[in-house]
Design a protein around this ligand. Structure first.
Ligand code: PAF
Length: 283
């Protein structure tokens, strides 16, 4: 497995593969890998001849009060896991390699970056769309894989690729869960033990939403179903419950009569967990 710490090394590596007419799949990550990331890697390997994983804790997607400094990192373990998965190359740049000082250019998808999680984390999605564009330009993949768990991120990246005619395919990978249903996340290890147990509430609330949606409830009633399960978790602070159009993330009102996505953001002490589920009425 090749380790590329500079853009030039990464570009040279891909150029050699392209000379052999091989296709390239990219899995962008911020490291501290878990089974969820490895699912993305497997999907990339199934769909491309060569797989690149990037590990870069992107400072521009963290707000001033967010957890950039304490974001968990374990490069040696990550590299071992990626090697075991048969990844061909890892792009591991430092911050100076990725960003020049000053106020560099950025990419934004304003329609999607300021809503939902974007309204709670100003600048976050602009940081994501910018770094993902840079990774696409450096690696030039034929396809890139992102988790459905970060549903707004996936929707935004799909729109960015479509609107800016970026020549690659975006694949969404279903959320990978712990045995008790908690969506896998690098943040889970930082939950206090009691909070870790309570955090199953997110998945259970979404399971209830799937069942309730079948009977064409009003959006308000669907939200009440979700909320009442989350209220059964005494340490949870519910930051948001949003029920939006599954494709556009537009707001929905009245009776549920099409596919919707239920998006949850729930905080346990300082740890913000997100989860989502697509629900639909019985047609
Ligand atoms: O989902 C993530 O881990 C990050 O937002 C991403 C896509 C790697 C960009 O930094």
């Amino acid at each position: 497995m090749k380790i590329c710490r500079t853009k030039a090394e990464m570009r040279d590596t891909v150029r050699d593969w392209r000379a052999q007419r091989e296709t390239v799949g990219l899995v962008p990550t911020m490291g501290y890998l878990h089974e969820g990331h490895l699912g993305l890697v497997r999907m990339a390997r199934e769909n491309a001849d060569r797989t690149v994983a990037s590990i870069f804790v992107n400072p521009t997607q963290f707000g001033a009060n967010e957890d950039l400094d304490t974001y968990p990192r374990d490069e040696a373990r990550d590299l071992k896991l990626l090697e075991q998965e048969g990844v061909d190359a890892v792009f591991l740049p430092g911050v100076e390699e990725m960003y020049r000082p000053g106020k560099p250019a950025y990419v934004d998808v304003p329609e999607l970056s300021g809503i939902l999680q974007g309204a709670l984390r100003p600048g976050h999605f602009r940081g994501v769309s910018t770094v993902v564009t840079k990774l696409f330009n450096i690696v030039t993949p034929d396809l890139a894989v992102f988790g459905e768990k970060d549903y707004q991120q996936l929707t935004l990246i799909r729109q960015m690729v479509r609107d800016l005619d970026m020549p690659l395919e975006i694949l969404g990978h279903p959320t990978v869960r712990e045995a008790d249903g908690l969506a896998m996340s690098s943040r889970n290890v930082r939950l206090q033990p009691a909070h870790r147990q309570e955090a199953v509430a997110l998945n259970e609330a979404l399971d209830k939403a799937v069942l309730a949606a079948k009977a064409r409830p009003t959006i308000e009633d669907l939200e009440t179903v979700v909320k009442s399960r989350l209220e059964g978790s005494p340490s949870a602070t519910v930051e948001s419950i949003d029920i939006r159009d599954a494709d556009t993330l537009e707001e929905l009102t009245g009776t549920l009569d099409s596919r919707a996505v239920v998006l949850l953001a729930v905080r346990y002490a300082t740890i913000l967990l997100i989860d989502q589920r697509v629900v639909a009425p019985d047609f």
